[in-house]
Structure formats: structure tokens, C-alpha cells
Design a protein around this ligand. Structure first.
Ligand code: SF4
Length: 337
């Protein structure tokens, strides 16, 4: 009798050194059946994958740890939530999401600073002023402002773009980001990006803000803006109702990409549009109606510096993902079908 790999519910559980393996004991007569299919060499023990049920319960545990006001204080969305009116929130979100890169504390200060000249009612201020007047006032106020790739003139152009798009739709940006009934979900975003590339000055900051999903980009900041505007549950705003949360794609940052690899949501190495879709597809299996409800917790595990990147009992003891994480292990994490 020898040991062979067996996937599925009939697999026995074996735990040498506390590590779980799946195996089945079969006779030599059936050896050819397995060998011909390249399932495993005789006697090989193969680490088990994670069941959907277990993974979901661990991710729910991660949400319980990180879906908190404390974590929200380290997120640019906290600035947006300071505005009570929906359209003011949209303007603040349009700015904050596109500046959401780099170290979080100075980034949040930069977002606050850019919104100061617009006062308590940014949307009202943008709607009431003429473009020429606003350009002059904002250029004077934001001249010295800068955040990494973005300069004051980039943000003046960005705010005036919101004014123009709002003027066309009469109600902010939602209509500009809605795909047609027969279109792929990214078609409207791609169209808007291409339009803004033509209309805005071709500066470094503007180019950084305008990745096109049709060119394979992950579009993290646009995806984050969409998550904020569409998801109705904490911590998001739920201001747009014509796009369903199950059509959103995860805003892929380095933290989400890394932890997603650790727990088997993706096997890709490059954090691009394909990886974002693969992770979103995996999360759709856990929550078909609202896959992005795990995004905030996944990213804040990294943003708050709580993930050392190697799974060790002494440093990861408090992590809800500990039992399903393969960080630093030779075997890749995978989700059982
Ligand atoms: S490395 Fe540690 S903290 Fe990071 S996801 Fe794995 S178990 Fe959690």
C-alpha cells in the first residue's frame, strides 16, 4: 500500500509537524491511474488547499479586526466623510482617491490642503464660479501645493474637469462612468480616461491619474473612487445607485496584491488589471453580491504595518488569516473548488 494525492472530501487528513496534508491510501493496482494523470508520485504528500468556507470565515474575521474607525482614520475616505452633502462628497472623493498613493499621513494632509480653497461646499463653489474665475482663484491658492507626482496646476485642471463633466450630466460623474447595457463594465471608464487624456494638460501628475483599463492597467485609484461611490455599506458612501456593487473591480494596491497571494486569491506575480480581476473573481465566490467588502480590511492589514510578509507564530499570532496564509512557505496557497 502506498500514499497518493487525493483531492476532495474523501481525502484523509494527516498532520506531520502540525502541517495539514491530504492523502489517500490505495493499492498498487491503482497506481497507474494516478501516475498517468501526473497527480503525484507514489508516496507524495501534498499540502491541502483552503476551502471556500474556511477562507470566508477567516476573511470575515479580518473584517472584524480592521473595519474600524481607527483604521478609517488612516484612509483618505475619512476626509471625504467630513462633508455632509452628497455632491460635496463626490468632489472630495474625486480628489482624494486620485491622490491616494505614498505614505498615508502626509497624503491625507495633502488631500485636506487641496480642498481648503473650495470651502465647506466644494461642489457648490465649483458650480457657481465661471471656469476662468475658478482657474485664476485656484491657481493662486494652490500654486505652491504639491504631492509627489501631482502639482497645484494638475489639481486645478482636475477640479475644472469635474466642473465640465458635472455641467454636461447635471449630476456629477455617475453618468460618465456608467457602461451601456451591452458594454463591458470597464468601457465607460476607458472612454472617460481617453477623453481626459485629450483635454487635460499632459503633465506627469495627469498621466499618473489616467491609466486606461483597456491597456491592462489595474487603475487602483479609479477603482477606489468607484468603490467609495457605489458600495452602500461601511465605510463607503453608496451615493451612486445605477452601478451594482457586484460589477466593481478591486482597487489593487501593493498590500492587497501581497496578502491575496498569501491566501490564494491570486497566483499572478504582476499587480496589473489581470490580477485585479482574478482577485475580484475569487472574492465573488465568497460574496457574489458584494465582493469588495473585503477590500478595506485586506489593504489596512498592510497599511497599518501589521503584516510582516512571512508567516510566523510570534509575529502573526493576532492575524485572522494565520491558518490560511502561506507567506514565506514553499507551497503556494490555493482555494479548493
Ligand atoms: S504573513 Fe502573517 S500577518 Fe501577513 S497575512 Fe500572513 S499570517 Fe497574516
Amino acid at each position: 500500500m502506498r500514499l497518493y494525492l487525493q483531492k476532495g472530501p474523501r481525502a484523509a487528513i494527516h498532520k506531520p509537524n502540525g502541517k495539514a496534508f491530504a492523502y489517500i491510501v490505495i493499492s498498487d493496482k491503482r497506481r497507474g491511474f494516478f501516475a498517468n494523470r501526473g497527480l503525484a508520485a507514489p508516496g507524495t504528500l501534498v499540502p491541502m488547499g483552503t476551502s471556500i468556507f474556511i477562507l470566508k470565515s477567516r476573511l470575515d474575521g479580518l473584517c472584524a479586526q480592521y473595519d474600524t474607525d481607527l483604521a478609517l482614520g488612516k484612509d483618505p475616505l475619512s476626509v471625504v466623510l467630513g462633508y455632509p452633502e452628497p455632491l460635496d462628497r463626490e468632489v472630495a472623493a474625486f480628489v482624494a482617491a486620485h491622490l491616494a498613493y505614498g505614505r498615508v499621513d502626509p497624503m491625507i494632509r495633502a488631500v485636506r490642503a487641496i480642498l481648503v480653497p473650495l470651502g465647506d461646499r466644494p461642489a457648490k463653489r465649483l458650480r457657481e464660479g465661471t471656469e476662468a474665475m475658478l482657474r485664476e482663484d485656484l491657481t493662486r491658492a494652490l500654486g505652491p501645493w504639491a504631492w509627489r507626482f501631482h502639482t497645484g496646476p494638475d489639481l486645478v485642471a482636475w477640479l475644472l474637469a469635474w466642473k465640465r463633466l458635472d455641467g454636461e450630466s447635471g449630476q456629477g460623474l455617475e453618468a460618465h462612468l456608467l457602461p451601456g447595457p451591452e458594454e463591458a463594465s470597464d468601457s465607460a471608464l476607458s472612454r472617460l480616461v481617453q477623453r481626459l487624456r485629450r483635454e487635460l494638460p499632459a503633465s506627469r501628475g495627469t498621466r499618473f491619474s489616467l491609466p486606461d483599463p483597456a491597456e491592462g492597467a489595474a487603475c487602483k485609484r479609479w477603482r477606489m473612487f468607484l468603490r467609495w461611490m457605489v458600495r452602500p455599506s461601511w465605510p463607503d458612501l453608496g451615493l451612486w445607485t445605477r452601478l451594482s456593487p457586484d460589477r466593481l473591480i478591486i482597487p489593487l494596491d501593493t498590500h492587497v496584491a501581497r496578502v491575496s497571494r498569501f491566501i490564494g486569491l491570486t497566483h499572478r506575480a504582476t499587480p496589473d488589471g489581470k490580477m485585479a480581476r482574478e482577485i475580484t473573481d475569487a472574492l465573488l465566490r465568497l460574496d457574489p453580491a458584494d465582493p469588495l467588502r473585503y477590500d478595506f480590511a485586506l489593504s489596512h492589514l498592510g497599511i497599518l504595518g501589521d503584516c510582516p510578509g512571512v508567516r510566523k507564530r510570534n509575529t502573526c499570532a493576532g492575524c485572522a488569516l494565520y491558518s490560511v496564509c502561506r507567506a514565506g512557505s514553499e507551497s503556494a496557497a490555493r482555494i479548493l473548488s
